[in-house]
Design a protein around this ligand. Sequence first.
Ligand SMILES: Cc1cc2nc3c(=O)[nH]c(=O)nc-3n(C[C@H](O)[C@H](O)[C@H](O)COP(=O)(O)OP(=O)(O)OC[C@H]3O[C@@H](n4cnc5c(N)ncnc54)[C@H](O)[C@@H]3O)c2cc1C
Length: 105
Amino acid sequence: MNLGTPATVHSTTVRTAKPVPPWKTEPVTLVGDAIHTMVPAGIGAAVALRDAALLCRRITDRTSPLLDSVHAYETTMLDYGFAAVARSSTAAAEYTRLLAWAGTR
Ligand SMILES: Cc1cc2nc3c(=O)[nH]c(=O)nc-3n(C[C@H](O)[C@H](O)[C@H](O)COP(=O)(O)OP(=O)(O)OC[C@H]3O[C@@H](n4cnc5c(N)ncnc54)[C@H](O)[C@@H]3O)c2cc1C
């Protein structure tokens, strides 16, 4: 910060999702930040793309009713999605700790 140009720096609020329990599957579902937004740690977009790919695969490969396929997607997505949220929060906390440590040097 001391070496930067203060006028080019601004703060912003960063939020992270809290785990939600599974819901009754309907014809509308959620992917990406709409369900598991996370603090920036370099993986949010990748997890959103994983959602899209998995949902597409569950629907196109299905041998059972459509909502069963959507439900299977939601079950898997909630698991890895909120694991990614937790990992991002841990990484951000570590990064903040390192910045604070560097600031004391
Ligand atoms: C500062 C920052 C840095 C990041 N860095 C990285 C990174 O390095 N690597 C990484 O993988 N991820 C990163 N991310 C996270 C990544 O940007 C998101 O996880 C990703 O964009 C989520 O994609 P999404 O499609 O779910 O949502 P979004 O990208 O938010 O897309 C949602 C879209 O829906 C549109 N929309 C909203 N409401 C409506 C409406 N009513 N009607 C029509 N359209 C609507 C929005 O305009 C938007 O275009 C970063 C995020 C931030 C904030």
